[in-house]
Design a protein around this ligand. Structure first.
Ligand code: CUA
Length: 316
């Protein structure tokens, strides 16, 4: 844009929309700053005190003037509001079919976990022209995941999942930043997104996932942690059967309903007593402190894989 090196490259479908709004705001602010500064100078000269005994004229209201300076700013701010809301809704609503990846922030690195099993640190490989959704959390303090070239940015908060999505439009390498001060090495908490042609991306994917897909890692953990002793049909069953739970409506013991999403599954593993499913006893031990964020992602992905209908997101 104008060849300004200050401005980041624009490499996602949302980038031009964000830029258009940004330059509109910049234009409006510039116009009114100049207008007001110009009027201050002009009036200071035109209405200056010319004689020592000059007395100003008192002005009592001017209805037309007041209506004009109320209505014009109102119209301008409404344009900004509706335009901003439109861009916000696009950014907040990922398409139906996305390639999902998990991102875990920690002091001071970004850990990326692909559904297919690959892991990366401070790197994120994605294909060009496909919408990608990042499901992100932090294992220690507040971070903020930002890719300026894609115009996406979100706080990454311990104890919950936040999502962003983007569709890269140009192959290349783009910078990832942490945009929230998070400790001494905050400025070093950077990385690269590598946007690849689809064929190259497939080659990269087939390159290595030694432990199999994320869901299969989760399935192994499910057995290792003995989750399967209670969450299975039979006389030993003490917890809900998890098939088709993800994405479904769950009724809790107190009668409230909620949709089983990543955040709910996460909480139900770490603090099972927080939300008990109707018809079950609060007998499950808490796994807070016993499973890492990465293990949680694997377990969540396994539980998602048991719900083919409720599973949003496509495999690459
Ligand atoms: Cu992480 Cu700043």
């Amino acid at each position: 844009m104008f060849g300004l090196p200050l401005f980041p490259e624009s490499a996602s479908t949302i980038a031009s929309e964000v830029d258009a709004l940004f330059f509109f705001l910049l234009g409006i602010s510039g116009f009114f700053s100049l207008l007001i500064a110009g009027l201050i100078v002009t009036f200071a000269i035109k209405y200056r005190r010319r004689k020592a005994d000059d007395v100003g004229t008192q002005v009592h209201g001017g209805l037309l003037l007041e209506v004009v300076w109320t209505v014009i700013p109102l119209l301008i701010t409404m344009v900004i509001f509706f335009w901003g809301a439109k861009v916000y809704f696009v950014m907040a609503s990922p398409p139906e079919e996305t390639i999902n990846m998990y991102v875990v922030g920690k002091q001071w690195m970004w850990k990326v976990q692909h559904i297919t099993g690959q892991r990366e640190i401070n790197q994120l490989h994605v294909p060009v022209g496909r919408p990608v959704k990042l499901i992100m959390t932090s294992e220690d303090v507040l971070h903020d995941f930002s890719i300026p070239a894609f115009r996406v940015k979100a706080d990454v908060i311990p104890g919950r999942f936040v999502e962003i999505w983007f569709e890269p439009t140009k192959p290349g390498t783009y910078q990832i930043f942490c945009a929230e001060y998070c400790g001494t090495q905050h400025s070093g908490m950077t990385g690269q997104v590598v946007v690849m042609e689809p064929v190259a991306y497939q080659t990269w994917l087939s390159g290595g996932a030694p432990e199999g897909s994320l869901a299969s890692t989760g399935e192994r953990l499910f057995t290792e942690l003995a989750c399967n002793t209670c969450h299975r049909p039979g006389s030993q069953q003490r917890g809900p059967i998890l098939n088709n739970v993800f994405g479904s409506q769950v009724t809790l013991a107190d009668g409230t309903m909620l949709t089983a999403d990543e955040g709910y599954i996460r909480e139900s593993i770490l603090m099972p007593a927080a939300k008990i499913t109707a018809g079950y006893q609060p007998v499950m031990p808490a796994f807070q402190g016993l499973v890492s964020e990465e293990q949680l992602l694997a377990l969540i992905e396994y539980i998602k894989s048991l719900s083919p209908q409720g599973q949003e997101g496509a495999q690459p």
